[in-house]
Design a protein around this ligand. Structure first.
Ligand code: ADE
Length: 224
């Protein structure tokens, strides 16, 4: 998979890709990620990428020209399955959406900033819009990092057996069961006996019961 992230603030999004699972996924050659500075597609000597909104109102708007030049340049190099705009009014990111995106070959994530992007970009260049929740961030960069992380960890070979995405919360429509590690007793707080029993079938059914119980208590909407 290849992901291009277009931003006017590249520093805001670099670090998540330089550590841990996302770094290893790139080192293993399972994904390539390019962070593209929108300013390098600006047309004026000040490298402007934003301008005042027509009709007035507070806040600047990302201009169509640099965005179109950038996306056209990328499209001349590869075919993209989706060109995604990160926006609080987009489709809500869920595990289902991440699973779906993990099957794609090439993706662009466009990060908005200021008051957003010229609407013509959304009308003519963008194929999908994604929100990571009903709150407003200062820009799309943190949201793009969330999308990229949730998608990359699903790519075959990124996680090993112990960290397999199959045991993640939401992967089977339930939240994950509780987990424990050594010591078995701490300050009189005990790990449930069944987990120390070595009885695999019993352990698995306990985990399943716990997942259902937790989902019922914490996220009943998932069971509907
Ligand atoms: N940009 C600003 N807020 C956002 C959000 N909640 N999701 C995606 N992109 C955003």
């Amino acid at each position: 998979m290849h992901i291009d992230i277009i931003t006017c603030l590249p520093k805001l999004i670099e670090s998540p890709f330089n550590d841990s699972i996302l770094k290893r996924a790139q080192q293993k050659g399972l994904v390539t990620v390019d962070i593209i500075d929108l300013r390098s597609y600006a047309t004026d000597k000040h490298k402007s990428v934003d301008d005042y909104a027509y009709g007035g109102g507070a806040g600047m708007v990302l201009m169509i020209e640099p965005v179109d030049r950038c996306i056209s340049d990328l499209k001349s190099k590869r075919h993209y399955d989706d060109i995604i705009y990160m926006s609080p009014d987009g489709e809500l990111l869920t595990q289902k959406v991440s699973n779906e995106l993990s099957l794609k070959e090439n993706l662009i994530l466009l990060c908005g900033h200021y008051k957003g992007v010229d609407e013509r970009v959304r009308e003519h260049l963008i194929t999908r819009e994604i929100s990571i929740g009903d709150y407003v961030l200062s820009g799309g960069e943190l949201a793009a990092a969330v999308v990229a992380d949730s998608v990359i960890r699903l790519l075959p070979g990124v996680l090993n057996d112990e960290t397999s995405a199959l045991s993640d919360s939401f992967q089977d429509g339930l939240v994950a069961p509780p987990v424990y590690s050594r010591p078995a007793t701490y300050k009189g707080w005990n790990v449930p006996d069944v987990l120390l029993s070595g009885h695999e079938a019993k352990i698995n059914s306990w985990k399943q019961e716990q997942a259902i119980e937790r989902t019922r208590k914490r996220r009943p909407g998932l069971l509907e």
